[in-house]
Design a protein around this ligand. Sequence first.
Ligand code: HXC
Length: 257
Amino acid sequence: MSYETLLLEIRERVALITLNRPKALNALNSQLIAELNQALDRLEADPAIGCIVLTGSPKAFAAGADIKEMAELSFPQIYLDDFFAAADRIANRRKPIIAAVAGYALGGGCELALMCDFIYAADNARFGLPEITLGVLPAIGGTQRLTHALGKAKAMELCLTGRQLTAEEAERAGLVARVFAAEQLLEETLKVAEGIAAKSLTATMMIKESVNRAFEGSLSEGLRFERRIFHAVFATADQKEGMAAFVEKRPPQFTHR
Ligand code: HXC
């Protein structure tokens, strides 16, 4: 299947999705969000895929939701269509997704990166929520996910001012897991993705689900969930194999079952 707004490349157990609206700095229009969901549906259903990398161009991961598409919409249009509801599906994926961010990740672009499981940034990356400068507010989870990632003081400052964080500041603040030289970003990210994809897919997905619980409810609920899912992992062949391999001092042969 081919897409107009993104490129999809499969490299063994890793899928690389590249946002591809270069003239609009990868602004997220409805078509891009729909195609991204179609690609993710397909990758989630494919048992041969263990990790997904989402990237943009060297200049922009994505410069936001498409302002030109939204500018003239009325309240009833945006409310009745439940505008951006489709974007929420990206955050609810079960396989790990790494964002490899170079250049601008602004507004919806920053929110899209935040929906991924972690962010690797090029040293030229810029993160910000400039919606306030357009007279609107972040609406694809930014006020919540940025606050979880950075704490109230920094998140509030960024949302109220639209100020951009450099890659280095974003890493210091905990928004970004690691920063790489721009020309190494993709290669390093793909290497990490290959490592994740080689592990037990069941355990990987359980870890993702469990870590995400930390952001959804109370600590006690999250801890209970973690314990239950830990019990359940003992029903998998990969747990038996992973532990046996350790005891026998050999590399594990995971079957992703
Ligand atoms: C639509 C966009 C766009 C966007 C850039 N473009 N960002 N189109 N939506 N979010 C288009 C420009 O109009 C221009 O098209 C082309 O991409 C290149 O952009 P330039 O501005 O010429 O590039 P540059 O001077 O390098 O500046 C880069 C930039 C700037 C600083 C990133 O483009 C910018 O400020 N963009 C908007 C960032 C923003 O406000 N994002 C948040 C959007 S709101 P033409 O046709 O002129 O060449 C959002 C959530 C909304 O994300 C949710 C609540 C409603």
